[in-house]
Design a binder for this molecule. Structure first.
Ligand SMILES: *[C@@H]1O[C@H](CO)[C@@H](O)[C@H](O)[C@H]1NC(C)=O
Ligand SMILES: *[C@@H]1O[C@H](CO)[C@@H](O)[C@H](O)[C@H]1NC(C)=O
Length: 507
């Protein structure tokens, strides 16, 4: 027993020494780093200069408020007025690119492209020009959840007319910004828009019709994305030479045991959560996966519906969607354990997305917990996700368009530092094994309005003081660490910033 103990100690030391020699890991030369925000979460100026209401303005102004701390995005981080300070921060971090989104109702107050609000165009031109003057590439998200309320009154993403309204809006952006913007995300996170916004009351517009409205929304979101891609391809690509993709939020689902039921349950969870979008866009066959079509058709018949609750895609629609992306924008934060046993019976409302999926998803209590109930640190899940996308979905070109960690207030955020390092380390493993990952985007550059959580969950590399009229931005420890990762294009687990200076004084 003593000998065994000694051997164990020796082998641990040996591993440490090997790691010690090659501790610093390098990213490929072509690899680029950025950080992300979204319009409603940072801009404020909710009713200024001709902007009309979005579904998030309406949700945040409801009484009683559905937002946890009763807050709104009326001012948020005030980036509408403080965009120059935001660009300074991009420079301080040394970012290669910055991912931001455009507020549809700021550009097109009626929602339709009949009347363009010049003040809205001016704001984004100023932001883009300021970024380019500082050598930072704009990575523009066309839609990050703030639908004009005028369209919600007509059914929003459940109305098939939205597809053409969206394309008309995208065209205005290509026309006005495409000379300078070369990276486009059509739509951010179909799952969160549809499964949460239409299937539950956890996101605006809180339609709360699970198993029906969520599936109607999915189809229209995919078509809006695909038609926007085709428009760019046919009209703008020749002159503008940019890339158009979509950001899909992917959680890793790990079987809770190695039983066949749990393996199948985890696979089903991956397919329902994100595989359905990835399958439709990135596989040769396209369309929704057979597994979903069968499950929902079977349940619908059992429940007495005349047709499947899952809308079909026609052959022409399958063709339109298939291959409609120059790259895969991957948003990923966390993992869950999945199982399927008798306890699933009667657990969920009928009909519903969760009943159609029919699994239980839980975090492992041993995983480090962030300030957000849904977010645990599981770097190996991030690695497995890359592997699955490489092996099952044809190894598309990837940009990580979101990844990050939430904390409570405070500047010394060692758990965020640990999260970023562990996730980037997993990403490097995936690159070494052949994943085609071109860039990484931290969520978020600055603290912002975290949807239903209000300002309680802080995701920023920079803290924002939401109580000061100036919305003062101050770098956290993680900002200094990220800056060094970007500067050296490497990951050094031992790097410690010497001092935490106020970045505004540093310049
Ligand atoms: C959404 O539906 C669930 C049940 O399906 C219900 O408990 C909840 O109160 C609904 N939310 C709203 C805002 O109506
Ligand atoms: C478009 O980009 C490619 C490579 O990225 C480059 O070779 C080509 O010259 C560019 N064309 C235009 C019109 O800018």
């Amino acid at each position: 027993m003593n000998l065994l103990f000694v051997l164990l100690c020796l082998s641990t030391i040996a591993v440490r020494n090997v790691r010690g020699k090659s501790k610093v890991r390098y990213f490929p030369d072509y690899f680029e780093f950025g950080a992300s925000t979204a319009s409603y979460q940072v801009e404020g100026a909710w009713d200024e200069d001709g902007k009309s209401l979005s579904i998030w303005d309406v949700a945040a102004h409801m009484s009683p408020s559905p937002i946890k701390d009763g807050s709104t995005g009326d001012v948020a981080a005030d980036s509408y007025h403080l965009y120059k300070r935001d660009v300074e921060i991009m420079k301080e971090l040394g970012l290669n690119f910055y991912r931001f989104s455009v507020s549809w109702s700021r550009i097109l107050p009626s929602g339709f492209a009949n009347q363009i609000n010049q003040a809205g165009i001016d704001y984004y031109n100023n932001l883009i020009n300021e970024m380019l003057a500082n050598n930072i590439k704009p990575f523009l998200t066309i839609y990050h959840w703030d639908l004009p309320q005028s369209f919600q009154d007509l059914g929003g993403w459940a109305n098939p007319m939205i597809v053409d309204w969206f394309v008309d809006y995208a065209k205005v952006l290509f026309e006005n910004f495409g000379d300078r913007v070369k990276f486009w995300i059509s739509i951010n996170e179909p799952k969160q828009i549809c499964t949460e916004g239409y299937g539950t009351d956890k996101k605006a517009p809180m339609v709360n019709m699970s198993g029906i409205a969520d599936y109607m929304c999915n189809k229209n979101v995919l078509l809006a994305h695909a038609k926007t891609y085709r428009l760019y391809d046919e009209i703008y690509r020749k002159d503008q030479n940019g890339s158009v993709g979509i950001s899909i939020s992917c959680t890793w689902y790990e079987p809770a045991s190695d039983s066949n039921d749990d393996q199948q349950a985890a696979e089903d969870a991956r397919i329902f959560d994100w595989g359905q979008y990835v399958h439709a866009i990135f596989t040769k066959e396209g369309d929704f996966p057979e597994r979903i079509k069968k499950n929902v058709a079977y349940k619908s018949a059992e429940q007495g519906y005349a047709k499947s609750r899952l809308p079909e895609l026609s052959v022409a629609e399958v063709d339109l969607i298939r291959g409609s992306s120059d790259f895969f924008g991957l948003n990923s934060y966390t993992s869950k354990l999945v199982y399927r046993d008798a306890s699933v019976e009667g657990m969920y409302a009928v009909p519903s997305y969760m009943d159609d999926l029919g699994v239980v998803m839980v975090p492992d209590p041993n995983w480090p917990q962030s300030h957000s109930s849904w977010l645990q640190e599981v770097p190996w899940g991030f690695y497995k996700l890359f592997k699955e996308i490489r092996n099952v979905y044809g190894n598309p070109t990837l940009y990580v368009t979101e990844n990050g960690w939430s904390t409570d207030a405070g500047l010394i955020d060692d758990d965020r530092v640990r999260y970023y390092r562990n996730y980037l380390n997993a990403l490097l493993d995936a690159i070494e094994e052949g994943s085609d990952i071109r860039g990484y985007t931290a969520w978020s550059m600055i603290d912002n309005f975290e949807w239903m959580q209000g300002y309680a969950d802080k995701f920023g590399l920079y803290e924002v003081d939401f109580t000061s009229p100036e919305r003062t931005r101050t770098p956290r420890k993680s900002a200094y660490i990220y800056k060094e990762i970007v500067r050296t294009k490497s990951l050094d687990p031992d790097y410690e910033p010497e001092i935490l200076l106020d970045a505004t004084k540093e310049n």
